[in-house]
Design a binder for this molecule. Structure first.
Ligand code: SIN
Length: 289
């Protein structure tokens, strides 16, 4: 049997992994994947056959699962989110650039996305490496952002759709759902993050959940964030992952952004996602005031 092999994507982050059969992976292969994940920020793997339980087993071999309370679970598997786009749908979960759970006080380490059903064309996921993006900032901008903290929130994204789902849940008399939807997390994290495992610096702000810079007025903070986003969104930092049924992507939310391409109207797309629990990002991390 061919051994485990890794090839960098060539985009300054991310790597393709070959020779891994996830349900039969050994402890040392899983340790190697964890190490590659932290070093490269994202791993891309093809040809897996994973039912929801096998995806849970893989996630639990890598860390502790954290449940995304805003997503619909796979029936019978509350730890696994079902990301379904119907052919008639004109929106898709995760279609704007973001990193998962940055609004949590202890944000997610990573996410494991598995493709069940993919459209014949389109439906890719794009990724950006936040460490190469940081490395190539002009020195004066690096100096300006060092030590700054940013606010991350969830209500502006999830409250509107949750209000609709709450109404539907109330109609169905779905008490559980009503309980889960009580609060919207928010947090404060460093703009320049020293990665908790490798110490390498990267940018930790994103257009979806970051709502401002702490101790900076709104206009100035928004202008600074936009300046960073304009830099990050340059094409050289991107990698496009083209899905096939059985493909898997495993990414580190502390060093990457991603977005789902909303370009496959008329075709179904069905994915399963598990999120892994992280650690506090530094001494300064705290709940937003
Ligand atoms: C996500 O944002 O986690 C989903 C990405 C995708 O479905 O491509």
């Amino acid at each position: 049997m061919a051994g485990l092999a890794m090839a960098p994507t060539g985009q300054g982050f991310g790597a393709l992994v070959e020779g891994l059969d996830i349900p039969r992976a050994t402890g040392s292969e899983l340790d190697q994947c964890r190490q590659w994940l932290f070093e490269h920020g994202a791993l891309f793997i093809r040809g897996q056959e994973l039912d929801p339980q096998a995806q849970i087993d893989f996630a639990e071999a890598l860390g502790t699962i954290v449940v995304n309370r805003f997503f619909t679970p796979v029936p019978g598997f509350p730890k696994v989110a079902q990301l379904l786009t119907e052919p008639t749908q004109d929106w898709i979960i995760g279609e704007n650039w973001h990193t998962d759970h940055s609004y949590d006080v202890v944000p997610a380490l990573g996410s494991i996305l598995y493709a069940v059903e993919v459209p014949p064309v389109g439906g890719d996921t794009q990724f950006i490496g936040m460490q190469p993006a940081y490395d190539s900032l002009p020195p004066d901008l690096k100096e300006r952002i060092e030590g700054l903290m940013a606010r991350h929130e969830s209500a502006h994204i999830f409250a509107p759709s949750e209000a609709i789902r709450l109404e539907e849940a109330a109609e169905r008399n779905d008490g559980n759902y009503m309980e889960r939807a009580a609060t919207y997390p928010e947090a404060v994290h460093p703009v320049v993050l020293s990665h908790p495992e490798t110490g390498r610096k990267g940018l930790y702000v994103n257009p979806e959940f970051t709502t401002g810079i702490v101790d900076m007025d709104k206009e100035e903070g928004d202008a600074l964030l936009q300046q960073l986003y304009d830099h990050i969104l340059q094409p050289q930092f991107r990698y496009v992952w083209k899905w096939q049924p059985g493909s898997l992507a495993l990414w580190d939310n502390r060093s990457t952004w991603h977005k789902a391409m909303n370009d496959h109207r008329g075709h179904r797309r069905l994915m399963r996602r598990i999120t892994l629990e992280g650690v506090p990002l530094d001494q300064g991390a705290r709940a937003a005031a």
